[in-house]
Design a protein around this ligand. Structure first.
Ligand SMILES: C[S@@+](CC[C@H](N)C(=O)[O-])C[C@H]1O[C@@H](n2cnc3c(N)ncnc32)[C@H](O)[C@@H]1O
Ligand SMILES: [Mg+2]
Length: 246
């Protein structure tokens, strides 16, 4: 029988599946994602507002947009996107993550649909979305080409695909592996494998292979003095890409 989840690396998913309450602990194992949230949500909001001609000053600027959050984890992005007015669907192959995300959204009174499935399984159901986002996911999947093609196929006509990940540079080895995992102990050692990181050129080529052209890119850098991330033109470590059918 064919593998129904070809993008899943079971060891990777098992690690995330075991996080439980750590997902929403700002000082826990997912602290870096929480620290990234203000910068990456500003990027997402602005990119989607531009792409869909929304009012940047509106209280709920993404009102009515359907957004798919692939690899949603505990819902750290799904929830703020729902608060901006989007109709959010979150999926993750780790059922434990979806349990955490569902419970947290219910407590917050947010209406988000979460499913414990992969993008390839959702695509088979015929779903399409105005925007598909997968932040900090591609470096954890088994087949990046297939993952990007599948995420792209889930984008409705005229929609956008937004990805973020880690570049494969000497600087990302120093900061994201040695610094974050071994010196600061910010992430559990072994969270990331540097060889699996993907450069912007490689990601752009992978997107092109899926029929998508990059319309926007940005970097994100960590400011140790402020203990915060900010958007930057420096894509050496963390970066984003917005793509549209080319
Ligand atoms: C670093 S976390 C990022 C979570 C969330 N996107 C965020 O930025 O807050 C990576 C997530 O990707 C999920 N994941 C791993 N492999 C995946 C795959 N093949 N397809 C979809 N999600 C996957 C993991 O279960 C985990 O929840
Ligand atoms: Mg990661």
């Amino acid at each position: 029988m064919p593998n129904p989840q070809p993008t899943v690396d079971p060891a990777e998913v098992a690690r995330f599946d075991a996080l439980g309450a750590q997902w929403w602990d700002e000082k826990g194992k997912m602290a870096p994602l929480h620290a990234m949230n203000p910068a990456r949500l500003a990027f997402l909001r602005d990119a989607l507002v531009r792409r869909f001609g929304r009012d940047p000053g509106a209280l709920r600027p993404l009102k009515g947009l359907s957004i798919l959050d692939i690899g949603c984890g505990g819902g750290l992005l799904s929830e703020p996107l729902a608060r901006m007015g989007a109709k959010v669907t979150g999926i993750d192959p780790a059922a434990g993550n979806v349990d955490v995300a569902r419970a947290h959204a219910a407590e917050a009174g947010l209406d988000i649909e979460y499913f414990p499935i992969t993008a390839e399984e959702l695509l088979a159901r015929g779903a399409r979305f105005d925007a598909v986002v997968a932040l900090e996911v591609v470096e954890h999947v088994a087949d990046v080409g297939l993952f990007v093609r599948t995420a792209g196929a889930l984008v409705a006509e005229g929609g956008a695909l937004v990805l973020s990940t880690l570049n494969r540079t000497p600087k990302s080895f120093a900061l994201a592996i040695v610094g974050a995992e071994y010196v600061l102990r910010w992430l559990p050692p072994g969270t990331h494998r540097w060889e699996k990181f993907i450069t912007p050129d490689e990601l752009e080529a992978t997107l092109a292979g899926a029929g998508f052209a990059v319309s926007e890119k940005a970097g994100m850098v960590y400011d140790p003095l402020k203990s915060a991330f900010r958007l930057s033109t420096d894509m050496d470590v963390n970066y984003f890409m917005v793509a549209e059918r080319g």
